[in-house]
Design a binder for this molecule. Sequence first.
Ligand SMILES: [Zn+2]
Length: 290
Amino acid sequence: MSNQTHSMSLVTEPTDASERRSKPPVVCYTVENLPTFDANFYDKARSSMRKVSEVIVNPRDASTFEVPAGHIFRIVSTEGSQVGDLNLWNAADLNERFFSGKTRQLHASHVTTGDRLWSNLPGLRPMATITHDTLAWYGYDEDGAGVHDVIGTRCDPYTNFMLKGVDYHYCCHSNLTRALALTKGISTQEAEPYVHDVLNVFMCTGFTLDTHQYFMKASPVRPGDYIEFFAEIDLLGALSACPGGDCGSSHSDDATTCYPLIVEIYKPSSEALEDWMPQDRNAYVGTHGL
Ligand SMILES: [Zn+2]
């Protein structure tokens, strides 16, 4: 008997339980007040862009890449079905980084075209806007799973050691830490605190319908698929090609076949960006009542 079942058996349901459960769900935030996704602007930027560089992310490893504000980057599947773990920082300040939890609250458990990747407090601004997603057709399947989640964190060697008692050095957390350390010329100990909860690119995940446990299933991504972002500020990114491969069986080990991912960086025409400005930091006064 699980702990959950055991503790549940000690609790008696009140007589008004069904009445208490019948309240309507209310979306937590007035998300209709978010800055609107200007499809015309992003389409114009996309249609004028030309590729300026690309970075290869090797299997069970991570690479960093820089994207100036107003540029576009794509994460592209090549060779085989592979999941990527993405970190984003303000290129000028590593303390401002992607805020997976607030992105989840403002958009959904899984993100797609039109959604934004928000930065942590106190910046809280769009770091990037998703401008195209070839897996947008997937939606939510019968298991409740979707693609590109902001609910998981990242595979890491600490949880792995706790559960399996073995050291494994190529979890996404370690890959991202190594890549940031090498890019910045700092030690892994100095780099590690900047590594944060990820966007799980191409990963297919959900919560089980009965026990609400986090689950994964084989990613539907195929070579040629991509997710594309418009950089709203100057970005430093890091992408790990997860040791779980398509995350259809295991992770945090060498059991699965893994494939590289490519990050392509594009520059739109200056004409397309004529009336565009990088996003400002959040304008809250910052005094917290004192
Ligand atoms: Zn991973």
